[in-house]
Design a protein around this ligand. Structure first.
Ligand code: HEM
Length: 230
């Protein structure tokens, strides 16, 4: 094994990989949310449809999308691998003491929360992503596909519940990444903690609001366009 692959397999290497892929995924979520908020503009989906058409044509977006799929797979695989190894090191027990002092429920269940999010992404992509790529028939616009999905109550409930799981995962994920990157102890500790907690709760909350408002046919978003001239 050369030095680089030795480092990647080390405990610090694993932690850095989890932090960087995790922060990249959060960055994707911020961009994804801004794009999706256009669904709430009262324009029958005009801005959203134009946005998706531009995204579909852009070669740079395609490259970033492949990096995203790799990051999702790496983050999930490594997360489960680390959890199983830690459990093995504890002699097969989930935890020696039921509630280890100083740990939160989320921190003890990151692999479970992450696996649920992975399942959500699978269902979500087979629903929207697949339809957008392969089911775009004449006359059925992107907005209509999303709107049709979110007219079903169980799908709206599924999305809202998934966002609660995401919030718990992000709450601990941010703290963990800050610790790995050495940002937890210093002058800006409180600032980083505040920003992390704000994003961890704010992102899923806004993601959950979109299907709920679309279900009730409420479109309160002022007209904004992600791309000028879109
Ligand atoms: C209201 C909530 C959401 C809506 C309306 C929504 C909508 C969409 C749509 C329409 C697509 C297909 C078009 C595209 O490729 O850009 C998509 C793709 C995707 N979504 Fe979402 N999404 C939501 C929440 C989420 C969440 C919470 C996650 C992750 C935890 C997520 C992860 C993804 C991924 C990984 C893709 C594939 C991206 C790509 O290939 O570029 N989405 N979403």
């Amino acid at each position: 094994m050369n030095k680089f692959s030795q480092f990647l397999h080390s405990s610090l290497g694993n932690k850095l990989l989890m932090s960087f892929t995790g922060l990249f995924l959060i960055l994707f979520l911020v961009v994804h949310l801004i794009g999706n908020l256009q669904l709430l503009i009262p324009d029958q989906g005009e801005a959203f449809n134009a946005y998706v058409r531009i995204m579909e044509k852009n070669i740079l977006i395609k490259v970033v999308a492949y990096a995203l799929y790799i990051a999702i797979l790496l983050h999930t695989y490594k997360g489960i691998d680390i959890t199983l190894r830690n459990r093995k090191a504890r002699g097969g027990q989930r935890y020696a003491v039921k509630a280890v002092s100083g740990t939160t429920w989320a921190s003890r269940n990151m692999a479970l929360l992450g696996s649920l999010i992975f399942i959500f992404i699978g269902v979500h992509m087979s629903n929207f992503w697949y339809k957008f790529k392969f089911g775009h028939h004449e006359g059925t616009e992107f907005y209509t596909m999303v709107d049709t999905s979110f007219s079903e109550l169980w799908i709206v409930v599924f999305y809202a519940l998934a966002q609660i799981v995401l919030a718990y995962h992000l709450l601990h994920g941010f703290q963990s990444a800050f610790q790995t990157l050495g940002l937890r102890d210093g002058n800006y500790t409180r600032l980083f903690k505040g920003i992390g907690a704000g994003i961890a709760v704010g992102l899923p909350l806004l993601f959950a609001i979109i299907p709920i408002l679309m279900y009730f046919d409420i479109h309160p978003m002022p007209d904004f366009r992600v791309f000028p001239g879109q």
